[in-house]
Design a protein. Structure first.
Length: 972
């Protein structure tokens, strides 16, 4: 029998003897007469320790006996799980079969050893998702194992976790015998797995001719489609399996079938450059110019993929060489985009139109210039392509090469007649483009070929403006060395130094100043670079300008100095630099406002302190009499008011119209400021020029909490204005019934309140509506009752100074006063919404004092939401003199001052590459087979960036006016 001591010891599990025999160099792989080694015997007997020693000493784990048995087969047969695991861990091959074709898995399945089967399956998966046993058998073409598995009640179409059946697996691996078995056991030959893929799709894709034949004989459907509309014919054509393609066509497959994106089998063959497939399809009658939903022909696809052989076949079959896809792109455009030199040579040989254009005017030379392939450029130029052809936006190939940073392409185009100063839309030259990108190499090449360094756009921007705004120091230096003028003004009146100041470009600013740029050149409205740097908080540029001698005292047309601007913008660091440079803290604007007015209005405690520390006049008066305390009162800036008061600010200064800060606070309902002023001892019964007390204004505006506070602080409700009306009369006339009820109880000088309603009715009857204009009937008597005069805040006579270039959405520095609260809350909200729409809500940033005003007023004025007597008495309905005030609101658009952080922009051209998209094809560039984006094979415009572009000028608001209080007593 050939058994030796090692064989016997291994069978019985004598570990010590086995170890000793091995130590004495007994051959561990010595077979018996039947070919079994000691490892076979140990595995069959389940002797784990012995098997381990044998393996450690070189036993062959894949040795086969005369019948093909392996140690693994024997261990699996006897369900020795530990030994099976040991053998697999040491390289045992589970695919080795006996002479009868059985694998270890098959015998384990036959014996019903479930745990061993599980281990073998897990090992066979090799780290991938475990397949069901039948699928593994199908993959390995283990027909016997599959037969065993299919005995009994087994679902032959059982799906794996990825959705495929065993027939799909067998079709994939070309296992014809397994396919025969599965079909004979009732497998569904048209079973649609994930994405509706059938076994015929799989076999066609992988070129398994035998499987395709068997599936077709069994009745597989030729026109079944995947989720994306792919037929088996598409799959075979894409993969280049001509024999499968021939079988499918012979069986009657439709060569004109299209995917969801409109791709035919010929498109697929073109993508993969499979000439034999293309020939078969054309011979069968496939239309060479059939198009996808994006109007792509097979020739477009061949151009994109560089399929030269298929392209030649298509052209020989008379495919239209100048066929236009969506947006007008031809195969020639696509070949240029994808840098397909061989395709281009083929197209040129067949007489393509070299200057054919897309819908947007792009020629193939435009595309090649942007891509920068000099070989393609040379070929096109040799075939008389026009280097100066323009797109619909007047861009030449030189513009596109400059934009893409293709230096060699720029040189080549210039050597072949490209106009160096060609102007695109808006008069932008290639030098502007290179300056925007800061590409010094291209700038040098353009200048060497005579580019005009002084050329300006339609809006007056030179290349130096553009490079400065973008912050490209190298480009700025190069342009200056080439003679670029530093003081060229845009149409908005701004130099490159203005742009450097606005965008905080210190490097370019220093280069400009070293080259002699004028420091104090005013813009259209008197704005200097220092004004702009102050507005935007460009501390380094402010410092550099001052060090070079820029004046801190120059004023804009409305009289604002850089310190005014810094104060209004709360740019404290800038203000410190300006003050250190002797800026005048008491400089007055055209209407007499100082930086302290603006700081108080803004509520910036730090700025107020800074100005006061530098001797700013705390009681400075504007021409209409407004002091910083008035503006702090208007904005409810209590903290700023505290600083002003501590510095000696008067509590009761009056404007020309007689407003004190308390009047202002009462008018706008600023309760916090009212309490502060009263706590400091202000006069609660102060009178305006028209005789109104603080109570009159609070009643007129409908602020109940203000009324309560004033009454508690000693305000006299019996005071009458010059028309003879008390605060109670005003509240009654305004239909603020809650307020009227309070005032009626405390007013002792009035015997009857009926006169107001009688007056209203008589006014409606006796005073013509067209005469209801502010001031026209002041003092008129109706039945002996004097007409009520309502008071309104002043409108500042200081006109805004703005840059008014036509395309700019200018935003003024100017702040317009808040509207009086004449209407109910809903109307107030409507006005507020109108204001937000007008100022762009996304860019408005209101100060804390104003941010909460609407909610504060609504909370303080509950009657305004619904306790007026009726709509017929509403101020909105045209009632008496209130109608005059509403007309005034509408006419003058009074609303709270807002800060426009993002709106106030310098007029320097914002060169934006918005792009005429070079949509050479479709979507995502992914291939054709599989994926809903199959037509996206051509890449798309994103790769190009922008090809259409223009200069979008920015805004420069110049002056910001304080909001005023008081009455309309001065003409504007």
């Amino acid at each position: 029998s050939g058994l030796n001591a090692l064989h016997l010891a291994s069978k019985e599990g004598h570990v010590d003897i086995v170890r000793e025999l091995v130590r004495r160099h007994v051959d561990v792989n010595q077979p018996t007469n039947k070919g079994n080694t000691a490892l076979h015997i140990a595995s069959l007997a389940g002797q784990f320790e012995v098997a381990k020693i044998l393996i450690e000493n070189g036993a062959n784990v894949n040795a086969q006996s005369q019948n093909g048995f392996t140690p693994l087969y024997m261990a699996a047969q006897e369900n020795h799980l530990e030994v099976v695991t040991l053998l697999l861990a040491n390289g045992a091959n589970p695919s080795l079969t006996t002479v009868d074709g059985f694998t270890p898995l098959a015998v384990a399945l036959q014996q019903g050893h479930e745990r061993t089967v599980a281990v073998l399956l897990e090992s066979d998966a090799r780290g991938k998702v475990c397949l069901p046993a039948l699928h593994i058998a199908a993959k390995k073409d283990d027909v016997k194992a599959a037969s065993l598995l299919l005995n009994g009640d087994v679902n032959v179409d059982h799906q794996s976790t990825s959705g495929f059946t065993a027939l799909h697996i067998a079709s994939h691996y070309g296992n014809v015998n397994m396919v025969e078995l599965l079909i004979s056991r009732g497998a569904d030959i048209n079973f649609q797995a994930k994405n509706n893929v059938t076994p015929l799709h799989v076999a066609s894709k992988w070129g398994n001719v035998g499987v395709v034949e068997r599936l077709l004989r069994a009745g597989a459907q030729l026109e079944c489609t995947t989720r994306d509309g792919l037929t088996p014919l598409h799959c075979a054509a894409r993969s280049g399996h001509a024999h499968v393609l021939q079988l499918l066509l012979a069986a009657g497959a439709n060569y004109s079938a299209k995917t969801r994106s409109g791709l035919t089998a010929l498109h697929m063959a073109s993508q993969g450059d499979h000439p034999e497939c293309a020939k078969l399809l054309i011979v069968q009658g496939a239309d060479v110019d059939d198009v996808t939903i994006d109007n792509l022909t097979a020739l477009h696809v061949a151009a994109h993929c560089g399929s030269v052989r298929v392209a030649k076949i298509l052209l020989d079959a008379h495919s239209h060489l100048d066929a236009r896809a969506r947006n007008g792109f031809t195969p020639l455009h696509i070949a240029c985009k994808k840098n397909r030199v061989k395709i281009l040579e083929l197209f040129l040989k067949h007489g393509c139109t070299v200057d054919i254009t897309t819908e947007s005017g792009l020629t193939p030379l435009h595309v090649a210039a942007f891509m920068g392939n000099t070989s393609i450029l040379v070929l096109l130029l040799q075939h008389s392509a026009d280097p100066n052809a323009q797109t619909m936006h007047n861009e030449t190939s030189l513009h596109l090469a400059s934009r893409a940073g293709r230096t060699e392409a720029v040189r080549l185009l210039l050597r072949n007649g490209a106009m160096v100063d060609a102007k695109a839309r808006g008069n932008q030259t290639c030098l502007h483009v290179a300056a925007l990108l800061g590409n010094c190499e291209i700038i040098k090449v353009l200048l060497q070929h005579g580019a005009n360094v002084q050329a300006v756009t339609r809006d007056g921007h030179s290349a130096l403006h553009v490079a400065t705004k973008a912050g490209h120091e190298g480009a700025v230096s190069l342009l200056l060395d080439s003679g670029a003028q530093t003081d060229v003004l845009t149409k908005s009146g701004f130099t490159p130094l203005h742009l450097a100041a606005k965008y905080s470009r210190l490097g370019p600013a220093q280069l400009l100043m070293e080259s002699g740029a004028a420091l104090d050149v005013p813009g259209r409205n008197g704005l200097t670079p220092l004004h702009l740097a102050s507005h935007y908080g460009s501390v380094t540029v402010v410092r550099a300008l001052i060090q070079k001698g820029a004046s801190t005292r120059l004023q804009t047309k409305n009289g604002y100095t850089p310190l005014h601007v810094a104060a209004q913008r709360c740019q404290c660091d800038v203000a410190r630099i300006l003050l250190k440079a002797k800026a005048d803290p008491n400089a007055e604007s055209r209407n007499g406002f100082t930086p302290l007015h603006l700081a108080a209005q803004d509520g910036s405690v730090e700025m107020v302190r800074l100005l006061l520390d530098h001797k700013a006049k705390v009681n400075a008066r504007a021409k209409n009499g407004l002091t910083p305390m008035h503006l702090a009162a208007q904005e409810d800036s209590v903290k700023a008011a505290e600083v002003l008061y501590a510095a000696g600010a008067e509590l009761d200064p009056t404007t020309k119209a007689g407003y004190t800060p308390l009047h202002t606070a009462c008018h706008f309902g600023q309760l916090n400021m009212i309490k502060f002023l009263i706590s400091k001892g202000c006069n609660v019964n102060a009178r305006t020029e028209l005789g109104s007390s603080t109570l009159h204004l609070a009643a007129q505006q409908g602020h109940p909490q203000v009324i309560y506070t004033l009454l508690e602080s000693g305000a006299d409700p019996n005071l009458r204005n010059k028309s003879g009306w008390t605060a109670g009369h005003v509240a009654q006339h305004q239909h603020y019934l809650n307020i009227f009820d309070v005032l009626r109880r405390v007013t002792t000088s009035i015997e009857s309140w009926e006169e107001v309603e009688s007056y209203d009715e008589q006014v409606r009857q006796k005073v013509p509506q067209e005469e209801n204009v502010v001031g026209e009937h002041d003092g008129r008597l109706v039945s002996g009752i004097p007409r009520l005069q309502l008071e309104k805040p002043d409108v500042m006579g200081e006109h805004p100074v703005t840059d008014t270039e036509e395309e700019l959405g200018e935003v003024e520095y100017t702040a317009i006063p808040p509207s009086p609260v004449f209407s109910r809350a809903a109307s107030q909200q409507a006005l507020a919404e109108e204001r937000v729409d007008r100022t762009d809500a996304e860019r408005v940033k209101m100060r804390p004092g104003l941010r909460n005003r609407a909610s504060a007023e609504n909370a303080a004025c509950p009657q305004s939401g619904g306790t007026r007597a009726s709509d017929k008495y509403s101020a909105i309905s045209g009632e008496d003199s209130i109608d005059e005030d509403v007309a005034y609101i509408t006419k003058h658009s009074m609303h709270p001052r807002t800060k426009h952080d993002a709106d106030v922009i310098v007029n320097g051209d914002n060169i934006q590459a918005s792009a005429q998209r070079l949509l050479l094809a479709g979507r995502d560039g992914s291939g054709f087979v599989g994926g809903s984006g199959a037509t996206g094979f051509l890449g798309g415009g994103a790769e190009y960036g922008g090809l259409e572009w223009d200069f979008v000028p920015d805004n420069v608001p110049i002056c910001r006016k304080p909001v005023t209080s008081g009455y309309v007593s001065e003409s504007v």
